[in-house]
Write a protein that binds this ligand. Structure first.
Ligand code: MEV
Length: 308
C-alpha cells in the first residue's frame, strides 16, 4: 500500500493581485490535509473511494471532467501509463471544499504523489507542482499557481507569477486564527469579476494591485526579521483593498470586525473571498478567546495554527 498526504494552505497577503503578477505570501496549514491510499486490486479497473463526497466509483464511470478523473487521466497520459493498472484508491480530506484552504490542490498533489510512488515513477516536486497547476487551470479559469505551489512544497512561499517560487524564512513563529464563514468561496467568479473591474479601468486597478504587492513584500521582510506584530496593520490595509475589489462579503467583514474587537492585531479575508475563510493575527495566549468570538460572530469552524 502507498500513502501520501498534502496540507491545506492559507494566503497571508496578496490574493487576487497575485493573478496580475504581484507577489503574495502563503503558508501551509497542517491541521487540515488530504490523504490518499493506493493499493493493487484483484478487481478490474481503478476504483475510487472518497467517502467525504460520497463517491465510490470506477474511473470509467465518472464524467471525463470530474476533477478526480482529470487527475488520473492526465497523470496516465503524461507518464504514458498503459494499460491502466488495477487499483483501489482511497481519498480522505479534512480540508473544507471551496473554503480558500486549497482543498482541490491538496487532493491533486496527494493523489499525484501517491500514484507516482505506487507505480514507481520518479517525480520531482517541481513536476508535481507543474502538473497540479495544469489541473487547477481546468477548474479555476486563470489561477496564479499559488495554491498548488504552497501545497506541493508545504513551506511558507513567496510567490510571484512567472518567477521561480521562493521559500521564505519565519524569523519568529506566530499564531493565526482562521475563521470559516461556512459559505463556499466562488473563486472563479470573484477572479472573473476582478478581471471585469480591471478591464474597465486598468490604470486604477494596476495601482491598487501595486499597493497590495507592496504590502506583501513588506510583510515578507517583517516575517523574516521576526517583527510579526507589525503584520496586523498590513492585514487590515490588505483587507480594505480586497473590499475595494468587491471580494469581501458581509459575513467575512463581520468575522474580521469580531476578531479585531477581541484583540486581534489585524484581520483580513484569505483566498478568493465572498465566502470561505478569514484570518486574524493574534498573540498566542489570546487564540482561544478570539476563536470563541469568531464562532459567536457566525464562524462555522475555527482553526488555530502557527506560522513557522
Ligand atoms: C485563491 O486561493 C487565490 C486567488 O488569488 C486566485 C489565484 O491566485 O489563483 C484569489
Amino acid at each position: 500500500m502507498t500513502k501520501s498526504s498534502a496540507p491545506g494552505k492559507i494566503i497571508l497577503f496578496g490574493e487576487h493581485a497575485v493573478v496580475y503578477g504581484r507577489p503574495a505570501l502563503a503558508v501551509p496549514v497542517v491541521q487540515v490535509h488530504a490523504d490518499v491510499e493506493i493499493q493493487d486490486s484483484s478487481r478490474a479497473g481503478i476504483w475510487i473511494e472518497a467517502s467525504d463526497v460520497n463517491l465510490h466509483a470506477e474511473l470509467n464511470t465518472l464524467p471525463s471532467d470530474h476533477p478526480l478523473a482529470s487527475v488520473l487521466h492526465n497523470f496516465f497520459f503524461l507518464l504514458r501509463v498503459s494499460p491502466f493498472p488495477n487499483l483501489e484508491i482511497k481519498i480522505h480530506s479534512t480540508i473544507p471544499v471551496a473554503s480558500g484552504l486549497g482543498s482541490g490542490a491538496a487532493v491533486t498533489v496527494a493523489l499525484t504523489r501517491a500514484l507516482a510512488s505506487h507505480l514507481n515513477y520518479l517525480i520531482t516536486d517541481e513536476q508535481i507542482n507543474a502538473f497540479a497547476y495544469e489541473i487547477e487551470k481546468l477548474y479555476h479559469g486563470t489561477p496564479s499557481g499559488i495554491d498548488n505551489t504552497v501545497v506541493t512544497y508545504a513551506r511558507p512561499v513567496y510567490f510571484a507569477r512567472g518567477q521561480p517560487m521562493e521559500i521564505f524564512k519565519v524569523g519568529q513563529r506566530f499564531t493565526i486564527v482562521i475563521g470559516d464563514t461556512g459559505l463556499s468561496a466562488p473563486t472563479k467568479e470573484s477572479v472573473g469579476d476582478v478581471r471585469k473591474l480591471w478591464t474597465a479601468d486598468q490604470q486604477k486597478w494596476e495601482s491598487v494591485f501595486d499597493q497590495v504587492g507592496r504590502i506583501a513584500a513588506q510583510a515578507r521582510t517583517m516575517i523574516e526579521n521576526g517583527r510579526w506584530k507589525m503584520l496586523g496593520e498590513l492585514m487590515n490595509k490588505n483587507h480594505s483593498l480586497l473590499q475595494e475589489m468587491t471580494v469581501s462579503s458581509p459575513e467575512l467583514d463581520q468575522l474580521v470586525e469580531a476578531a479585531r474587537n477581541t484583540g486581534a492585531l489585524g484581520a483580513k479575508l484569505s483566498g478568493g473571498g465572498r465566502g470561505g475563510n478569514m484570518i486574524a493575527l493574534i498573540e498566542s495566549e489570546r487564540a482561544e478567546s478570539v476563536a470563541t468570538s469568531l464562532r459567536a460572530a457566525g464562524a462555522k469552524n475555527t482553526i488555530i495554527t502557527q506560522v513557522l
